[in-house]
Design a protein around this ligand. Structure first.
Ligand code: DAH
Length: 344
């Protein structure tokens, strides 16, 4: 067969092949077969030098024409496949389906817990107060009956900015600000961040507390018990039992720590024969510190000597871990969106 008729047979053959080609891969393999460096066209062209010189121009021209023809057959088929794919997509596309909703963000579990705590106390008539996180020694310690050199200062590892300025170690400092600003009677809660030089799996250098203070005429230990019992039951469930254990805080006298019956084992100390992992088998969980405000504190804020009141402080991370059943404090600070987006 002469070269020209060999060339001319290519286009009809390609057309046949294209009729069977339904994917991009089919198309590519045909392109390699016909137009590739070692393809059909190239192999016919390799015979060109063996032609008589007079026959070469016509054969060369035919080869170019056939190459263009093959190329345009390919392009036409490619366009056809593309249009078909688009058609199919449009048919499958359901414009009535809802779009993907981006995550709008949500409140941090610590924020949610702090809001919940405050809202329980607001319903009991407490106002929300705030104070600075950078404090003077006076507000963080001295006016809370912790003069310089007092051994109880060692209860907390303080982060000092200067000898006289600290990152507050306790929201108790807000008690002093509130009493300076306001005359009794008053009932306040102060949520906020506190800082200590402490970092391991159960301690972070920054954490959150809610402080409470109720001062007036004839505020007694019975009020403290009633209010804090009501709070614990609102927060952890009406069946929660509460006990008060004697303790020590420099700014309260007498002082107590409050335990609630364990929210996991309900005070039994065990479940299915094994010690409860939340309360470590005791049936009780320590939840807050409290006491009757020490008269020495009233002296610092010039309150009358016959005034009485109580104060309390609780750790928000601990409450959040108990209410959400979390085992690891670090989750609050890692900002893993998969964890955070579970809280709404
Ligand atoms: N400030 C204490 C602490 O950080 C907690 C506390 C205990 C606050 C007793 C109080 C209180 O108001 O009466 O450990």
């Amino acid at each position: 067969m002469d070269i020209i008729s060999a060339l001319e047979s290519l286009a009809p053959e390609l057309e046949q092949g294209l009729n069977q080609a339904s994917t991009a891969e089919d198309l590519e393999s045909l392109r390699v077969t016909f137009l590739g460096r070692k393809g059909r066209l190239a192999s016919i062209m390799s015979a060109l030098p063996s032609l008589e010189p007079a026959e070469r121009p016509a054969a060369g021209k035919a080869a170019n024409r056939v190459k263009e023809e093959l190329t345009s057959l390919f392009e036409a088929h490619r366009a056809k496949l593309l249009a078909r794919a688009e058609d199919e997509f449009v048919q499958r596309f359901d414009p009535t389906l809802p779009g993907r909703q981006p995550w709008e963000g949500s409140s941090h579990p610590i924020t949610l817990t702090m809001e919940k705590i405050c809202s329980v106390f607001q319903k009991l008539g407490f106002d929300i107060e705030g104070g600075p996180e950078v404090e003077t020694d006076y507000y963080n310690f001295e006016a809370l009956n912790l003069p310089p050199e007092h051994p109880a200062r060692d209860m907390q590892d303080t982060l000092y900015i200067t000898d006289n300025i600290v990152l507050r170690t306790q929201t108790s400092a807000v008690q002093v600000h509130a009493m300076e600003r306001r005359k009794p009677p008053l009932a306040i809660v102060a949520p906020g961040k506190v800082y200590r030089r402490d970092s391991d799996i159960t301690h972070t250098p920054m954490f959150h507390q809610v402080e409470g203070l109720m001062v007036g005429e004839n505020v007694t230990l019975a009020h403290l018990r009633g209010i804090l019992t009501a709070f614990c039951q609102a927060m952890f469930g009406a069946e929660t039992r509460v006990r008060f254990r004697p303790s020590f805080f420099p700014f309260t006298e007498p002082s107590a720590e409050v335990d609630i019956s364990c929210c996991l084992c309900h005070g039994k100390g065990h479940s299915n024969g094994t010690p409860c992992r939340v309360c470590k088998g005791t049936g009780w969980l320590e939840i807050l510190g409290c006491g009757m405000v020490d008269p020495a504190v009233y002296a610092y804020v010039n309150y009358p000597a016959d005034i009485t009141g109580f104060a309390f402080g609780l750790g928000v991370e601990r409450v959040a871990m108990l209410t959400y059943g979390l085992g690891d404090l670090r989750m609050f600070f890692e900002n893993d969106a998969r964890f955070l987006r579970q809280f709404v």
